[in-house]
Design a protein. Structure first.
Length: 84
């Protein structure tokens, strides 16, 4: 797959619930993390068009909040990179 060729880090399969956090932490969109690495993730969302270009991602099971920016969209999935 073309997306995988551009990755600088190995991405492991995952199945974690998460939230896309928006509007100064007043709004959220539920999502599922399907792949995860130190540098980014693949997220499954119900409505990818509603997801802005940058947001905070809350990994609920790890209680970790990460800054993320969208690098690709395809169907109900989006690829994000974490901003350090």
């Amino acid at each position: 797959m073309e997306d995988q060729e551009k990755r600088s880090e190995h991405r492991a399969r995952a199945l974690k619930s998460a939230k896309i956090v928006l509007n100064d932490r007043h709004s959220t969109i539920d999502c599922v993390v399907r792949d995860l690495s130190k540098g980014g993730a693949k997220l499954k969302v119900t409505n990818p068009v509603a997801v802005p270009e940058s947001f905070e991602l809350l990994l609920e099971s790890d209680n970790v909040m990460l800054q993320a920016e969208v690098i690709w969209r395809k169907g109900d999935q989006i690829g994000v990179q974490f901003i350090r």
